[in-house]
Design a protein around this ligand. Structure first.
Ligand code: SF4
Length: 213
């Protein structure tokens, strides 16, 4: 597995927002979103075995692990094995994925939470999304629309109407591209009563470009 960095912090978004977690950031992404704030994850890092990654987790003294990237599903079967072992050892695991990779092989376990960053038009990556993934998400999982424009908001709304995702739904702003207030107005105007506004708290606690926090 190719790991870029690991660090303990609080989770900035999704279901575990605010909880202490160990972040495992893996190398590589198959997308190139216009607003990407983690382009440093596209390459570099260090080849590590699953036991070596498990040692990092055990040394962290946290009970939740957030697996991110880049796109962590590019680690393939090794990632699935890592998740299976962590879940068997009693950890809660979150996988942040970008919606373009098949999630059907991930373990179906109550302590595995998928946070899917669904790409809206301003990312320029929305044609890469796999609609079949939406059928797999469950109430423990989260679908997150990162919106930077009115068109993004409308696109997200249409997807919710058409696909009726059976999971938690979050709206989040592309930092600096849209007023968070506008997203709140949109949720209220459109009576999206099962959707939640969420801000990336890291951008408010630390400088927006800070790494490893
Ligand atoms: S999916 Fe995430 S890491 Fe990949 S390009 Fe988009 S924002 Fe960047």
């Amino acid at each position: 597995m190719k790991l870029l960095e690991h660090f303990v912090s609080v989770n900035g978004e999704g279901r575990y927002q605010g909880y202490p977690v160990l972040f495992l950031r893996f190398v590589g992404c198959n997308l190139r979103c216009s607003y990407c704030d983690t382009s440093y994850s596209y390459e570099g890092g260090k080849e590590m075995s699953i036991p070596e990654v498990l040692d990092l987790v055990l040394a962290s003294n946290v009970q939740r692990v957030t697996i991110t990237g880049g796109e962590p599903l590019l680690q393939g079967a090794d990632l699935i094995s890592l998740c299976t072992i962590l879940l068997g050892d009693g950890f809660e695991v979150e996988i942040e994925t970008n919606g373009s990779c098949d999630i059907s092989e991930l373990p179906n376990h109550p302590s595995l939470c998928i946070t899917m960053d669904w790409k809206t038009p301003s990312s320029l990556m929305s044609p890469c999304m796999q609609l079949s993934n939406l059928d797999i998400l469950q109430s423990k999982d989260a679908l997150k629309f990162v919106c930077g424009s009115e068109l993004d908001l409308l696109d997200a709304k249409q997807l919710i109407i058409n696909c009726k995702p059976n999971c938690q739904v979050f709206f989040s702003p592309v930092f600096g591209k849209i007023e968070p207030k506008r997203i709140v107005e949109f949720i209220l105007e459109n009576k999206l009563n099962n959707c939640r506004m969420q801000l990336q708290i890291h951008k408010f606690i630390w400088p927006p470009e800070e790494r490893g926090v």
